[in-house]
Design a binder for this molecule. Structure first.
Ligand SMILES: [Zn+2]
Length: 404
């Protein structure tokens, strides 16, 4: 058929990204790369021409991963990780490109990069995403900010000695999509739930967040523990990254302040299964996972907006593949399949400001979606090897995309 001609897909099941229960026997009409009509429980006579029969398949919207590190591979080899932190852009570009292909191959069509030491992902987004014909949206924080002498060097930089965060921001006018601030440490594997002190003075954090807002930028804050998380919310952050051990009051405060939570459970699961650390450290990692899933259970009851983010690129978390695992973890925490998918579609799209272009399957939206074999019951298992990925009405071909 001619690419501009309208055509139909008949799919057995559809999860539309809004959180609504899945529909059956859906006839999707695609015209000029857009969904022009959609009928559920279709019983009429089937079009005889231009019909793609996917009755044994489920369709879901293109996915959004709200927390990735594109310049890091997620492999467990510490030497490789060290080399990737310091690699030159010429080397980084093929690494980043490969990771974007890994995302596309699983139907992830928007990613939000949470920072790298050299700012390579931002440079790639600026110079290469369009020319490399990669049909996905890449939002970048560039180099994240951490306090001097505190955690975060692999993801960014610190203000100069004696300089406040807001002053450091004032002299930096990089073309980033969001501000990323690291406001706590990481989870201890030696003492369960051990809190770390906030990295920046509260006033300074608040001023930095409002300066970013004046520049039209949302702020994503890495924070674990009650005090750092509470300060991030009070400072006006748009999204809270990780949020381990934040406590019930902060979950409530997120609802009241319209803050989105990106809980990134994957990296802790990877540590819980890591052979090179001690059994006690693995046990603490596993308990930390359980605690985070318990917080997610509470978040669901309170109505916190949760957006899926995998932290791909961190130790043991692989780009693209990790999304199915993060969805599985949300479901383990009591989310329905449909609300887990909503976190990975509509909620992610809203966080990235893409609500017109992504997130759900409805007339007027681009015909960009994932088709997997089988019913919704098989969805998570099938998501790692999708039947087909559709970008604006055309099947995306991975082989064509991979460079020699
Ligand atoms: Zn991260």
């Amino acid at each position: 058929m001619h690419r501009d001609e309208a055509f139909h897909l008949l799919v057995g099941w559809m999860v539309d990204g809004t959180g609504a229960p899945y529909s059956r026997r859906v006839l999707l009409t695609v015209s000029h790369g857009m969904i022009s009509a959609l009928e559920t429980d279709f019983t009429g006579s089937l079009p005889t021409q231009h019909l793609v029969d996917l009755r044994q398949c489920t369709v879901i919207p293109a996915l959004v991963d709200c927390h990735v590190h594109l310049s890091l591979s997620g492999k467990r080899d510490p030497d490789l990780r060290q080399r990737q932190v310091a690699m030159a852009f010429e080397r980084a570009r093929s690494v980043i490109r490969g990771h974007l292909v890994d995302h596309l191959a699983r139907g992830i069509m928007a990613v939000r990069d949470a920072g790298d030491h050299c700012g390579h992902s931002l440079r790639f987004r600026r110079e290469l995403v369009a020319t490399e014909s990669l049909p996905l949206v890449v939002h970048c924080a560039g180099r994240a900010w951490h306090a001097r002498g505190r955690y975060g060097k692999v993801l960014g930089r610190a203000p100069a000695a004696g300089e406040s965060l807001v002053d450091a921001l004032r002299r930096s006018d990089e073309d980033v999509d969001q501000l990323k601030v690291i406001h706590s440490g990481i989870n201890s594997l030696n003492e369960f739930g051990q809190a770390t002190a906030p990295q920046f003075a509260f006033e300074d954090l608040r001023n930095a967040v409002s300066l970013a807002r004046d520049r039209g930028l949302p702020t994503m804050v890495h924070a674990n523990g009650e005090q750092p998380v509470g300060e991030a919310i009070a400072a006006g952050c748009r999204s809270l990254e990780h949020g381990y051990f934040m406590g019930l009051a902060n979950l409530q405060a997120m609802v009241e302040n319209g803050v989105t939570w990106v809980p990134t459970v994957n990296p802790m699961v990877a540590l819980a299964g890591e052979a090179s650390i001690s059994p006690r450290q693995r046990e603490i990692a596993a308990r930390t996972v359980d605690h985070q899933l318990e917080q997610l259970r509470q978040a669901r009851i309170l109505g916190v907006t949760v957006a899926l983010g995998t932290d791909s690129g961190s130790f043991g978390v692989l780009h693209g593949r990790a999304v199915a695992e993060e969805l599985r973890l949300l479901i383990e925490a009591g989310f329905s399949l449909e609300s887990a998918i909503q976190s990975a579609t509509t909620h992610g799209a809203r966080l990235l400001g893409l609500t017109e272009a992504m997130g759900c399957l409805a007339p007027g939206f681009p015909a960009s979606f994932i088709v997997v074999r089988g019913s919704p019951a098989e969805l998570l298992e099938q998501l790692t090897t999708p039947h087909s990925i559709w970008v604006r009405g055309e099947v995306w071909n991975q082989v064509k995309q991979e460079k020699p």
